[in-house]
Structures are given as C-alpha cells and as structure tokens.
Design a protein around this ligand. Structure first.
Ligand code: COA
Length: 174
C-alpha cells in the first residue's frame, strides 16, 4: 500500500525487510530517543530494526507505515489499536530522521495518515502523548487538526528528569 502526499517524492508505504538498514541508521539518534519511552532501542541496531519491521509492522500492515522519500525510509508513523473497551481508539506514534526536520514533512504525514486511518479502519478516535518539552511535536499535531485534551503533571521521568505530558486527540466525527 502506498499513500501519496503533497510533498514531492514523499509517500507513506508498507515496510520491506530491506528497509532495516536505513531505518536503523536514522532511528539510532539520541535526539529522537529522548522524546520516546525508554523501551525505544538505543542504540537502534539493524537487528532491532529487523525485529520491528519483521514482527510488529508485518503483523499490522495497515497501521504501521514507513515515511519514505524517493523510496528511502526516513521515518515511521503508526497507530496502535487499543484493546477491550478502548478498541475504537488508536495511539499515534511517529519519528522523522533529524536530517529532514523543519520542512513540514511530519505535519503532512500525520495529516494524510489520520485521514487514511479514519476511512480504512474502525477507529473513531486517534490520540497522541507528548513530552512537555517537545514543542515541535505539539505543532505537528495542532497543524494536523488534533486538539489538546489533557495535561498530566509530572507524568514522565526520562534520564532522571521529571516532565509533564500532554495528550492530543482527533475524532473521526470532527
Ligand atoms: C517532532 C518531529 C516529528 C517533527 O517533524 P518535522 O517534520 O520536523 O515537523 P514539521 O516540520 O512538520 O513541523 C515542526 C514545527 O515545529 C517547529 N519546531 C521544532 N522544534 C521546535 C522548538 N523546539 N520550538 C519551537 N518550534 C519548534 C518547527 O520549526 C516547525 O514549525 P514551522 O514549520 O512553523 O517552522 C521530529 O522533530 C521528530 O521526529 N522528533 C523526534 C521524535 C519525536 O519527538 N516524535 C514524536 C513523539 S510524540
């Protein structure tokens, strides 16, 4: 599957196992890891990338996509469907290679991906959680139509420091 965007050469597409080398090269970055849960691999090895692509992405081909520029993976976007009574909600996650920050790429990726998910899955709500120091990610979500709906004080400990966490969401119906 390939989702087109309004940026030349930029598509959202399924992963192939051969993406693992490039994926690991871009994901292996402290400036990405610092905004994620500690379980995000660091260092991000090719083996770890193969596990992610071969297991999680392969099992969830409609909802875990590569951000690809001229057919090279430069980032990841996915939504994890929740379970049980929360099963109509999805948890959005994404990162972009630092080489490409500040060009509007993730705003476009989140916009296209959100629209696609609402039209092609049973989800009626997509939410994201952001560290309080991650201004770039807040801007992405706001520009893609997400609304801040929660603010959780002292929710995060990362590298021994406490941060607040913001929750954003977009509803299918809005
Ligand atoms: C957050 C991230 C996805 C943004 O991707 P991107 O393609 O650079 O985003 P965009 O270019 O679409 O928009 C980012 C906006 O935030 C701005 N921005 C970035 N860092 C900022 C900061 N510290 N303070 C203020 N604005 C900031 C950019 O200038 C840009 O705004 P502009 O277009 O008005 O100049 C990318 O930086 C990233 O992968 N970060 C690490 C992983 C991460 O944080 N993932 C999300 C976890 S919730």
């Amino acid at each position: 599957m390939v989702l087109k965007t309004n940026i030349k050469g930029l598509v959202l597409r399924n992963y192939i196992l051969e993406d693992a080398v490039t994926y690991a090269k871009h994901a292996d970055n402290y400036n990405i890891w610092k905004y994620f849960r500690d379980e995000f691999p660091n260092p991000y090895t090719i083996e770890k990338a193969k596990e992610y692509i071969g297991n999680i992405c392969n099992a969830n081909q409609k909802t875990y996509l590569a951000i690809s520029l001229d057919d090279i993976v430069i980032g990841d976007i996915h939504v994890a469907q929740q379970t049980d009574i929360l099963k109509l909600s999805g948890f959005l996650g994404y990162w972009l290679s630092e080489e490409f920050w500040g060009k509007g790429i993730m705003t476009e990726a989140v916009r296209v991906f959100t629209k696609y998910i609402f039209y092609n899955s049973e989800l009626i709500r997509i939410f994201a959680r952001v560290f309080s120091n991650n201004v770039g990610s807040m801007k992405v979500l706001e520009r893609a139509g997400y609304i801040q709906e929660g603010y959780f004080k002292n929710a995060i400990i990362k590298e021994g420091k406490i941060y607040d966490q913001l929750q954003y969401a977009k509803l299918k119906s809005t």
